[in-house]
Structure formats: structure tokens, C-alpha cells
Design a protein around this ligand. Structure first.
Ligand code: ADP
Length: 620
């Protein structure tokens, strides 16, 4: 701005050339000069007069904007000449005209003028764009931003759609969800006997289990328009926009009726109102949710529109959203069971080129993947294919699948982690402790593999087990599980007479299991058959201090009991522990079959559900 001002100022400045005589006689000697600026490099002198000065009988122009310039041949002598003249007039030294020197480049004014021009241009441009953006920043314009939903059914018609055949398992969910489609297609069938048609279904369950996939399949199978939108698409910083998009979506839905409206990850807008759970910028969030509730309730007028939504955070959803009349049906899409895992592997293996027929792998892979979601299974198949391709194989074999399973469970082996010989030994005994206790006890999970190769998941070693699919655990089973978790710590302590921090994870699991049995599962005689659940948010225990102490005491006793039992087992089988640890140190990885060869079959009979062919081939 300063240069702009300078530019404007200098354009206003005017001057007139005068001769030295005029300066001397008409100005200096008459006492009209207020200051003199000498510009040596231009051999120029600028003369500024007193306000109201008279030159040649006329009043001079305002000295603020007008000066006189004179060219001199020797600027160095100008000051001396002026001082001599003043001396002659009797003006004492120090009280004469102010004389200053200035150095100005020829280019400076031009450069300044140029820069100023550019800046002025920029300034004008900015002002213009600002004013134009102000004119676009119109709340009504924003409110008109349409809901960006996808017509999935149209994509499906182009042959790119997903059908029920692409969704493995989830048989009950498929039946339930197709009932909704039936309502839309044949409402008379239900209305004739007075049934009220449900308004919406909420697909709940852990991530990666196929909620979105199922919804996409419905879009194809339903043969009605399917408008899909993600919950996060409603979330905006601008007030009222979310609500307006909800209105838009339902308006279009009504126009397309009968149709299905699907909102993915509805927790983005459906978080419970009030309290701490409200999303930041809650005003806008609440408004959007309210609008959704209104639209769903007001569906008396929107006959033929069915809402589907999915979330893996049903716990944080607003209760109003979950009540009958809104999302009437809750369809749980849970982690796949063994049979569902078989079907999912079957689906994905069909798409791969496997060394032997896919059916040979399905059973083993399904057994190897308890607790995995459909997305994990898809990932295993893809990782196996990538691994095989990386090794220039023509087809995927057992070793590729084994690698992929391990990678999904524990991450890739991290070769760069360097462990000292002693650390390796401690690790080997720790893992061997877990493996051996599990091998010798009755109710423990099947050990599939134990390794001491550090993983990218930060685990230094890991043992892969195959948990049973049962849903009910007895007291004895839980106790055996505690002992197996304790195996690592006890093995370290027995062998090295000291313990490392490596057991922290195990200890935390053991403590949780102990408290679970005593406080929640009613499995302790002293505390009795009570269930207190977990402490509430304020950390207030829902029982008396005395009972709290009893629970703590009993948990400690139970943990100590499991420690003693584990210690007894490992003491009695110290040689087996040594054999396994040495083998682990040497091979870094042991399979079920290796364990069998080293210490004989498990005490309570063969446990591995894997075919021996798998066990033999995977390390090829
Ligand atoms: P979410 O439950 O989190 O919505 P998705 O439906 O997005 O999970 O599933 C993610 C991916 O996992 C799918 O694209 C698909 O590849 C795979 N998947 C999950 N469940 C199944 C299933 N039952 N059948 C086939 N693939 C599945």
C-alpha cells in the first residue's frame, strides 16, 4: 500500500525548472526557501519554498505538492555556495536553510510505478473476485446444493451390479431383507390382512461383514429404484445443509416410489442427541438427524419408500431412530460362522487360479480363519494371489495361502528387527511355554503354529491357535485358557529365574478373564451368582467397597491358582519345554506336525482340524 501511496503522491507532485540565478535572487536571498534537497547522482537540486512564498511577484504553489528543480554541474559545491550566501546575509551557521542529500536511482521511480501498477491491478482483481464471491455466497444457493445420492439400480442394469450370488453366507439376513422388497412389490398381500408395512431396516454388525455389499445386492435384486447415500455426505459445516439434503433425498424418493433409500454409515448423522455423544458442531448434526426422524415418521405420505441403513456403531445411535416406526427391523450381520467362511472362501477361490482344485483349500482355510470378517477373507485370497505372483508361480498353492493367513493375523515378518541371542532364547522359551501348556491341557485351543520371528504388528513372536466355535465356556475351560496365557511368563521364570516385560499382554488378558468370571459370570463361590458388569463412565463401582475388596481378593486368588497350576505343568514337563524351545530357536517356526514329532500327540487327543496334507505342504 505504501508504494501505491507513493505512486499516487508522486503523480501529484509538480515541479518547475529554474536557473541558479532565480534560486539565488528570487528565493534564497528573499528568505523564501524552506529546504533544499540535493540529489548528487542526478546533479539536481530540489528547492522547497515556505508556505505562502512570493516568487516573481506571484504566490508560489503549495509547497506540499510543488517544488523547483535546478540542474547544477557540481553538486558538491551547492551546499558551500548556499552557506556562503547565507553568511553574507548575516545568518549564523546552524540556523540557515535545511539541506539534505538523497540518492535516487533512475529506475526506482519506474520500478516503483510498475510494482505499484501490478499491485493496484491485483488489488482491483481481488476486490472484484471478493465482491463476486460475496454475490455467490448466497444462503439460498447453498441450500439448493442437491443431495448427491447414487442410483445403484441403474449401475446394476448396466451389468456392473452385485447380486445375492456375490454375497456369501448371510442367509437369514438375505431372507429378511428380501421380505422388505416383497413389501414394496406386493403391498396388497400384507395390507389385505391388516399388516403394517415396516418402514426401515438397520443392518448392524462389525465392519467388513458385508452390510454394504448386501445393500448393493438388494439394489439389484429388488428391481425398484435404489437411492444410496453415505451418512457423511449429509455432514457439512454450513448450518441447515444436512437437513436440506435429507429433505431432497426423501423428495426424490417419493417421486421414485416404490423405492429403497439406503444410508451407509448412518452413525455419521444418527448419533444420539444431547450428552457427550453429540458430534462436534452438534447444532447442525442434530438438525440433520431431526429432519431424518421427521421424514421417516412422515412416511405415511411416503408410501412405498423403504429405508435401509447400515452401521457398525449401533450403540451410539439415537434411540429415536431405533424405535419401531422408524427402523423397525434390526438385522445383525455378524462375523461369519465356520460354514459361512467356507462359502466365502468358495466364492473368492473360484476367481483365483489355484494349484489344485479350490475345494482342497476351502476347509483348511475356513478352519484357519476364525473371527475373521468377509473382508479379511477377501483380503487373504488377494494376498495369496499377490504373493504367488511375486514369486512367479503359475498358480496359488498352500504356502501362499499360509503366508496370506499369517500376514492378515499378525502382519509380515519383520526381518530388520535384530534380537540378541539372549532375547531370542527368552522369546523361544516364552512361546514354547504357551504352546506346551496348551498342548497338555484339555480345554485349550488348537495350536496351529508358533513362531519367534518378529512381526510388523510389533509382536516379537506369535502363536496361532484355532479357537473353538462354541459360544458357551465352562469354568474349567476359562481356567485352562488362563493357564495357557500364563505359560509364557511361567516358562521364563522357571528357566531364567527372572521375568521380562514380554508377558504384559498375557497378564492383562488373564486379569480380565479373572474379573470376568468373578464379577460378571457369577463363577465365584464367595462373591456368588451376581453380575455387575463393568464400571460406569464416572468409574463408580456398582457395588459396595467391601464387595469390591472381596472381588479384588478373589481375582488375585484365581490368578495365583492359575499360576501355580501352570508352574506345576511346566515343572513336570521341563524337558519337553526345553526341546520345543531349542527347536524354535533353530527353526524359528513350528507347526502342529512339528510339535507332534517333538513331544508326541496332545495329552487329550489329536486336536488339529487341518488336513495333514496342508501341514506338510505349507512350508514347501
Ligand atoms: P461393511 O459390513 O463394513 O459394510 P462391506 O460390505 O463394505 O462391509 O464389505 C467389505 C468387503 O468385504 C466387500 O467388498 C467384500 O469384498 C468383502 N465381504 C464382506 N462380507 C462378504 C460376504 N458375505 N460375501 C462376500 N464378500 C464379502
Amino acid at each position: 500500500m505504501a508504494s501505491i501511496m507513493y505512486f499516487l503522491q508522486s503523480s501529484l507532485d509538480r515541479y518547475r525548472h529554474i536557473s541558479w540565478n532565480t534560486f539565488e535572487n528570487d528565493m534564497l536571498l528573499k528568505g523564501e526557501v524552506s529546504k533544499v534537497i540535493i540529489i548528487p547522482n542526478r546533479e539536481m537540486v530540489c528547492v522547497f519554498l515556505q508556505p505562502g512564498a512570493i516568487v516573481n511577484g506571484r504566490k508560489a504553489a503549495d509547497p506540499e505538492h510543488f517544488y523547483y528543480s535546478l540542474k547544477v554541474s557540481d553538486v558538491n559545491k551547492v551546499e558551500e555556495k548556499i552557506r556562503n550566501l547565507e553568511k553574507g546575509m548575516g545568518i549564523p551557521l546552524g540556523q540557515g536553510t535545511s539541506i539534505t542529500y538523497e540518492r535516487r536511482s533512475e529506475c526506482v521511480p519506474v520500478a516503483i510505478a510498475l510494482i505499484s501498477c501490478v499491485m493496484l491491478g491485483l488489488f482491483v482483481f481481488m476486490m472484484k473476485s471478493l465482491s463476486s464471491s460475496i454475490s455467490t455466497f448466497n444462503p439460498t444457493n447453498i441450500a439448493q446444493t442437491k443431495a448427491k445420492y447414487v442410483r445403484v439400480d441403474k449401475i446394476a442394469k448396466q451389468g456392473r451390479g452385485i447380486t445375492f450370488k456375490d454375497v456369501a453366507g448371510l442367509h437369514e439376513a438375505k431372507v429378511e431383507i428380501m421380505e422388505f422388497v416383497d413389501y414394496l412389490k406386493r403391498p396388497e398381500k400384507f395390507k389385505s390382512i391388516g399388516a403394517r408395512i415396516p418402514k426401515g431396516a438397520l443392518l448392524l454388525g462389525p465392519p467388513g461383514c458385508g452390510k454394504t455389499l448386501l445393500a448393493k445386492a438388494v439394489a439389484n435384486e429388488a428391481e425398484v429404484p435404489f437411492l444410496a447415500m453415505a451418512g457423511s455426505d449429509f455432514v457439512e459445516m454450513i448450518g441447515g445443509l444436512g437437513a436440506s439434503r435429507v429433505r431432497d433425498l426423501f423428495k426424490d424418493a417419493r417421486e421414485n416410489s416404490p423405492c429403497i433409500v439406503y444410508i451407509d454409515e448412518i452413525d455419521a448423522i444418527g448419533r444420539s442427541r444431547g450428552g457427550q455423544n453429540v458430534a462436534e458442531g452438534s447444532g447442525e448434526g442434530e438438525q440433520t438427524l431431526n429432519q431424518l426422524l421427521v421424514e421417516m415418521d412422515g412416511m405415511g405420505s411416503t408410501q412405498g419408500v423403504i429405508m435401509l441403513a447400515s452401521t457398525n456403531r449401533a450403540d451410539i445411535l439415537d434411540k429415536a431412530l431405533l424405535r419401531p416406526g422408524r427402523f423397525d427391523r434390526h438385522i445383525l450381520i455378524d462375523l461369519p460362522t465356520l460354514q459361512e467362511r467356507r462359502e466365502t472362501f468358495d466364492l473368492y477361490l473360484k476367481k483365483l487360479k489355484t494349484a489344485s482344485p479350490a475345494v482342497n483349500y476351502i476347509e483348511n482355510l475356513a478352519q484357519l480363519s476364525p473371527g475373521m470378517s468377509g473382508a479379511d477373507i477377501a483380503n487373504i485370497c488377494n494376498e495369496a494371489a499377490l504373493y504367488a505372483a511375486r514369486h512367479k508361480k503359475k498358480a496359488i498353492d498352500v504356502s501362499d495361502f499360509d503366508y496370506a493367513v499369517e500376514r492378515v493375523i499378525a502382519g509380515v515378518a519383520k526381518k530388520s528387527t535384530v534380537l540378541s541371542q539372549m532375547e531370542k532364547k527368552i522369546l523361544a522359551y516364552h512361546e514354547a511355554g504357551h504352546a506346551l501348556v496348551g498342548w497338555l491341557l484339555e480345554h485349550t485351543d488348537v495350536l496351529l503354529k508358533v513362531t519367534i520371528v518378529p512381526r510388523t504388528s510389533k509382536a516379537l513372536g506369535f502363536a496361532q491357535y484355532m479357537p473353538k466355535e462354541n459360544v458357551l465356556y465352562s469354568k474349567d475351560e476359562l481356567f485352562d485358557k488362563m493357564c495357557m496365557a500364563m505359560g509364557g511368563r511361567v516358562a521364563e521364570s522357571l528357566t531364567f529365574n527372572t521375568v521380562s516385560q514380554g508377558a504384559q499382554d498375557d497378564l492383562s488378558r488373564i486379569t480380565k478373564m479373572a474379573y470376568l468370571q468373578i464379577r460378571e459370570l457369577g463363577m465365584n463361590d464367595k462373591v456368588g451368582p451376581v453380575s455387575y458388569g463393568v464400571e460406569n463412565e464416572a468409574n463408580v463401582k456398582p457395588y459396595s467397597m467391601y464387595l469390591g475388596q472381596v472381588i479384588d481378593e478373589e481375582a488375585r486368588i484365581l490368578i495365583a491358582k492359575s499360576y501355580k497350576a501352570t508352574e506345576k505343568i511346566l515343572r513336570e514337563n521341563k524337558e519337553k519345554l526345553r526341546v520345543i524351545s531349542e527347536a524354535l530357536l533353530e527353526k524359528e517356526c513350528l507347526s502342529y506336525k512339528d510339535m507332534e514329532e517333538l513331544v508326541g500327540p496332545p495329552t487329550f487327543g489329536k486336536k488339529s482340524p487341518l488336513t495333514s496334507e496342508w501341514d506338510e505342504k505349507k512350508n514347501d
